[in-house]
Design a protein around this ligand. Structure first.
Ligand SMILES: [Zn+2]
Length: 342
């Protein structure tokens, strides 16, 4: 069974007319979840993020800046954050605190057999400790992972959004060097693409964890996308033995996205759900999904329906892809190198 954490206030984060990161995205996900057997009657409300938990990821001066910029805006006006391309309205700071809180709640409540989906706006994975950008104000997934790691130990972050999670990576690098429970980050992302980071040369293992960037050629097909995850997720999870898995759930990698999209079909979402469900079950890890990108409403609908079905009553029938190497030689080379580090 999939649980959902949601608040209608997430639709009140205004980004202006014609912005791709818009409130209608949430309605598309909600309809998809309902079609997959998870109706709104089952949703639960989030709690606002604890400011001390937030301060362990974001610099307090940056948090104060976002608060100040939003507070000064009159109703119905939007502005760009001075740190990057992230549009905010008067209520955006308050809503971002709630989104981060929803991610923390999801990670805390998730069980292997009962994943939780934090259905939030604004997204978070581009937000660095002192710099919001790429539609992101606060790094929801980093705050959730930080809390999970402190409370329950080994934590794995999985990011399959089309764009590289530069903000999450910045926090992971800092957290790895500070020590603590095992921590791992695995990201696939289109490359070259916004925000320009995430080259394979940034990948490494460390004492107590790893930081794995797998840049994908813009022509990466479904077979290779699923192949990369099927080859990497099981062995990397085995190294970490996570008690919590936090997923940067961006559906903009799917074909047809208006601002992103690889030639990857919806069956990749089935495959990811199967792989993640099996991995969570293997370690008894809580599985928390946190919405990131995805700007095609039909793709959001189809992905949410798949998510609900994969972890709903028919969950036992979900197909878990067996490990298979991609065809692309560069991708094969990167996977072979990562496996040689383990
Ligand atoms: Zn994205």
């Amino acid at each position: 069974m999939l649980d959902v954490i949601y608040d209608s206030q997430f639709t009140e984060h205004t980004t202006g007319d014609d912005h791709p990161e818009r409130p209608a995205r949430l309605a598309a996900v909600i309809e998809g979840l309902t079609a997959g057997g998870c109706p709104p009657a089952r949703y639960q409300l989030p709690t606002i993020v604890d400011r001390a938990a937030l301060a362990r990821v974001h610099d307090e001066s940056y948090v104060a800046l976002v608060e100040r910029v939003c507070e000064k805006l009159p109703d119905y006006f939007v502005a760009e954050l001075p740190t990057g391309d992230a549009t905010v309205g008067h209520d955006s700071f308050r809503i971002a605190l709630l989104a981060a809180g929803a991610a923390v709640d999801a990670a805390r409540r998730a069980r292997a057999d009962r994943p939780v989906f934090a259905l939030v706006r604004p997204p978070g994975h581009h937000a660095e400790p002192a710099r919001g950008m790429g539609f992101c104000l606060l790094n929801n997934v980093a705050v959730a992972a930080q809390s999970a790691r402190a409370n329950t130990g080994a934590t794995l972050i999985v990011d399959f959004d089309y764009h590289h999670g530069n903000g999450t990576q910045a926090w992971v690098e800092r957290a790895l060097s500070d020590g603590g429970a095992p921590l791992g980050f695995i990201s696939t992302h289109a490359y070259p693409a916004y925000p320009g980071t995430g080259a394979f040369s940034e990948s490494h293992t460390a004492d107590g964890g790893f930081m794995i960037d797998i840049p994908l050629d813009l022509s990466t097909p479904t077979h290779d996308f699923i192949g990369a995850w099927s080859m990497l997720l099981p062995p990397l999870a085995a190294k970490l033995r996570p008690s919590t898995i936090v997923v940067s759930t961006g559906f903009d990698f799917l074909e047809g996205d208006p601002i992103a999209g690889l030639p990857v079909g919806i069956e990749a979402v089935d495959a990811l759900c199967g792989l993640l469900g099996e991995t969570a079950a293997a370690y008894g890890a809580g599985l928390a999904f946190v919405l990131e990108g995805g700007y095609s409403l039909p793709n959001l609908h189809a992905s949410a329906r798949t998510l609900a079905r994969s972890f709903g009553e028919g969950a036992g029938r979900v197909h878990v892809p067996s490990g298979h190497m991609p065809h692309n030689p560069q991708l094969r080379g990167m996977i072979a190198e990562v496996l040689s580090w383990l």
